[in-house]
Ligand binder design. Structure first.
Ligand code: ATP
Ligand code: MG
Length: 398
């Protein structure tokens, strides 16, 4: 039993002592049985939110309308959610109404996949009402109950299915796969932000090729932003022999590269996917390296790209087998005499005080020239050297 459970166990026991049921549920149970590390432990209970709040001293209403109360304990927050059923689903996404119930079985029934519908009791027994354990053993992703019905209730579940096929390297059970093929268009109803989360997890998974194949075969891709006309490019990604991405930046940069996007298109593409704003610049920096990938790459390109983008580019160079190795790029970056303008041995203030220069574009120009020469190794990053050079440059400018 992982330590994340052991430390949360007293919470379950407290709920039980108050006369209610409480279990660990969801991804943490699945991952523990698979021997994988777990991140967040989810707790499900027969107690209603008000009853949970009466049991614990420190609670936060994080999702009270869904029945979730966060309990604070030894500096950790634990999400405790009341057993619930969902009904309605008029709009193929969230249910019209959430109903709290006292039965674990009802709660497990509304979960998406059999491997996600397991509960772990405080005594270590696993409650398995939909053969989730068999599916874990046989590496199978299967919807709980009738897949078509379940995807009608919430179309995001289709993306979650292909995401888990990649993340866990599991096969999708034929009826479940068939139901996705028949209903892929329902994905249009789902908020892009939620699709994005699953898409990135798919790309970061253990068997990306399998996840991508399912994503393409079921035509889910047609209902994702700016993917509909790019099937061939997406297939190209699935064929990359060394495909192994480590973070979100690498995912978006790889897509932008294979889609051959211009900087302007990168911005609109990422906007359509509702990514965070700051990733757009980083993606463009990665692309600037990939587009100039030759063994004699201009060091200024990776200097301007900065560390994070250079690292991402180094992985992508190898994945795309471009004519510059990732190792060589990192070597170039590591060898840069300075990594940032702030490391220049001379600044604008020095120029004004020592050489009596006036603030303005001329001064900026001199500093930029010095910076560039230092990065390229043409000048030592030494104050006296740089001052002498600056003096020369300012005379030339006048
Ligand atoms: P991860 O390891 O990525 O967190 P997870 O399975 O824990 O995977 P969560 O989004 O944290 O995914 O959800 C926790 C649990 O809630 C799931 O295991 C599943 O039982 C249930 N669940 C999540 N999303 C859905 C959904 N769209 N439909 C039905 N049940 C869901
Ligand atoms: Mg989770």
């Amino acid at each position: 039993i992982p330590q994340e459970f052991t430390v949360a166990l007293p919470l379950l026991q407290q709920i039980r002592a108050a006369g209610f049921e409480a279990y660990f549920v969801g991804g943490s149970v699945r991952d523990t049985i698979l021997g994988l590390p777990i991140h967040d432990v989810d707790i499900a209970t027969s107690a209603y939110p008000a009853e949970i709040k009466a049991i614990f001293e420190r609670t936060v209403d994080t999702g009270i309308e869904h029945g979730t109360v966060m309990v604070l304990d030894h500096g950790e927050g634990y999400e405790i959610t009341t057993f619930r059923t969902e009904s309605g689903y008029q709009d193929f996404r969230r249910p019209d109404k959430v109903e709290f119930v006292r039965s674990l079985k009802e709660d497990l029934k509304r979960r998406d996949l059999t491997i996600n519908a397991l509960a772990l009791a405080p005594d270590g027994t696993v409650i398995d009402m939909f053969s989730g354990l068999d599916d874990l053993k046989n590496k199978t992703i299967r919807a709980v109950g009738d897949p078509t019905e379940r995807f009608f209730e919430d179309a995001l579940r289709m993306m979650r299915t292909v995401r888990f096929a990649s993340q866990l390297d599991f096969k999708i059970e034929p009826k479940t796969l068939q139901a996705i093929k028949a209903n892929a268009h329902l994905l249009e109803k789902i908020a892009v932000e939620r699709i994005q989360v699953e898409w990135i997890k798919l790309l970061l998974g253990k068997n990306v090729v399998q996840g991508l194949d399912a994503f393409l075969e079921t035509e889910l891709f047609k209902y994702c932003p700016q993917f509909a006309t790019r099937e061939q490019a997406l297939r190209k990604i699935a064929k990359l022999p060394q495909l192994k991405l480590v973070d979100e930046l690498e995912c978006w940069a790889l897509l932008a590269y294979v889609f051959e996007l211009t900087p302007k298109q990168v911005r609109s593409f990422l906007k359509a996917w509702k990514t965070s704003n700051d990733i757009s610049m980083e993606v463009q920096n990665v692309l600037s390296i990939l587009e100039q990938a030759t063994p004699d790459l201009d060091p200024l390109v990776c200097y301007h790209a900065k560390e994070r983008a250079t690292k991402a580019a180094s992985h992508l160079l190898d994945i795309l087998q471009l004519p510059l190795t990732g190792a060589k790029l990192l070597q170039t970056y590591t060898a840069l005499p300075i990594k940032d303008k702030a490391q220049l041995a001379l600044n604008g203030k020095d120029l004004i005080q020592t050489l009596g220069l006036k603030p303005g574009p001329g001064l900026g120009k001199i500093l930029n020239t010095l910076e560039q020469k230092v990065v390229l190794g043409e000048l030592a990053n030494d104050k006296a050297v740089l001052l002498a050079q600056a003096e020369k440059l300012s005379k030339e400018l006048n």
